[in-house]
Design a protein around this ligand. Structure first.
Ligand code: NAD
Ligand code: DAU
Length: 347
């Protein structure tokens, strides 16, 4: 198997590279990543393997992508590369999301077709479905109704992938997973951010009332699902991936504090995210039935492993949480400061 993994220096991509190299002796991986603020070669530390080659390049550059295909035979593409943070798409401009998530995906689709790629796997997200009411779960047939710019660009990319399959016969599959957690996640996302702040006894900024529900999955379980979809899913199919652990944010934050032995008084309710989706929950019965997938880790075990990983990898966190990150954090969170312990709902 000769796989082009894009975004393989990011959180899920780097976990997927490790997963594949350790599972298959005959796999060869080209890892194409632009090394944006979220891409980090430290995420690939310790991978000293002739079956893995890192190339710095941008998926939205025809030249960068063509150079890879000209030099290296590729039979499968797994596209993780993306601008992935909702808050950045809301507060720091949408253009880069359109460029990478939509145009970048289209460049990959066009060149994959040209070079006769056998399978194109698009790593999408449950956010394309928008928000749920108080009951029900997203199925693969749910309406696509994204509510924030990040989600809208991911939904657009899904449609471009579908079109490449329908119009041009490219063999495509799409995975839509719920919220991941685990090692190497950039500390702008809930779990690593709260863990890092708690380790430094800083405030934990919970948006709004903290009762927004996300469905949490350990990243290694996401990787095992992608592997199955990549190898066995039918051409043109879509698979939801989730671990059935949908809980309010406040519960997650309190669990982190409990694991670290820190007080709940660190929690500060702050100004809510605009258009904040209230609830996500995934129906993943299709992948369980068709492909026999199930998560290997319980939520509690995975959370303990994850918090331990950040505890034991303080230099990794400290390298990221200096320089640009300080400016990012200050810009995003200074307007969200709590006043008299109250939060300000936007709507
Ligand atoms: P991440 O932000 O940690 O990593 C993204 C990676 O893509 C980085 O290494 C970055 O350098 C690279 N990248 C960005 N723009 C690029 C470009 N133009 N060309 C090449 N590389 C580029 O993201 P993640 O959390 O690992 O998410 C990976 C994928 O999984 C994304 O497509 C995301 O939409 C999807 N997803 C994420 C989650 C989650 O909970 N994190 C859940 C479901 C789906
Ligand atoms: O659902 C899948 C999506 O999960 C992926 O497609 C995205 O790439 C990924 O970033 C993630 O999006 P979320 O917006 O759900 O993740 P985030 O970690 O940013 O936030 C999780 C929840 O926690 C959300 O309800 C907002 C809340 N939150 C987040 C941060 C960063 C807070 O309350 N405080 C915070 O400081």
């Amino acid at each position: 198997m000769k796989i082009l993994v894009t975004g393989g220096a990011g959180f899920i991509g780097s976990n997927f590279v490790r997963y594949m190299l350790s599972k298959y002796p005959d796999v060869n991986i080209i890892n194409l990543d632009a090394l944006t603020y979220a891409g980090n070669l430290e995420n690939l530390a310790g991978i000293d393997d002739r079956r893995h080659m890192f190339i710095r390049g941008d998926i939205s550059s025809v030249e960068d992508v063509e150079t890879v295909f000209k030099k290296h035979p590729v039979d499968t593409v797994v596209n993780f590369a993306a601008e992935s943070h909702v808050d950045r798409s809301l507060h720091f401009g949408t253009q880069i999301f359109i460029k990478t998530n939509i145009s970048g995906t289209q460049v990959l689709l066009d060149i994959s077709r040209h070079y006769g790629v056998k399978r194109f796997v698009q790593i999408s997200t449950d956010e394309v479905y928008g928000s749920l009411g108080s009951s029900g779960k997203f199925t693969e047939k749910s309406i696509i109704q994204p509510n924030n710019p990040y989600a809208a660009t991911k939904a657009s990319a899904d449609f471009m992938v579908r079109a490449a399959g329908k119009s041009h016969g490219l063999n495509t599959v799409i995975t839509r997973c719920s919220n991941n957690f685990g090692p190497y996640q950039f500390p702008e996302k809930l779990i690593p951010l709260m863990t890092a702040n708690a380790l430094e006894n800083k405030d934990l900024p919970v948006y709004g009332d903290g009762m927004h529900v996300r469905d949490w999955i350990y990243v290694v379980d996401h990787c095992s699902a992608i592997d199955l979809v990549m190898r066995y899913a039918e051409d043109g199919s879509i698979y939801n991936i989730g671990s059935d652990h949908d809980v309010p944010n406040l519960e997650i934050v309190k669990l982190i504090l409990k694991i670290l032995g820190k007080p709940d008084t660190l929690i500060k309710h702050v100004l809510d995210r605009p258009g904040h989706d209230r609830r996500y929950a995934m129906d993943s019965s299709k992948i369980r039935k068709d492909l026999g997938w199930k998560p290997a880790y319980s939520f509690e075990e995975a959370m303990n492993k994850t918090v331990d990983w950040y505890l034991n990898n303080r230099p990794w966190l400290e390298h990221i949480r200096s320089g640009e990150y300080v400016k990012y954090y200050d810009t995003l969170y200074r307007d969200r400061l709590p006043v008299s312990g109250k939060y300000f709902p936007r709507n």
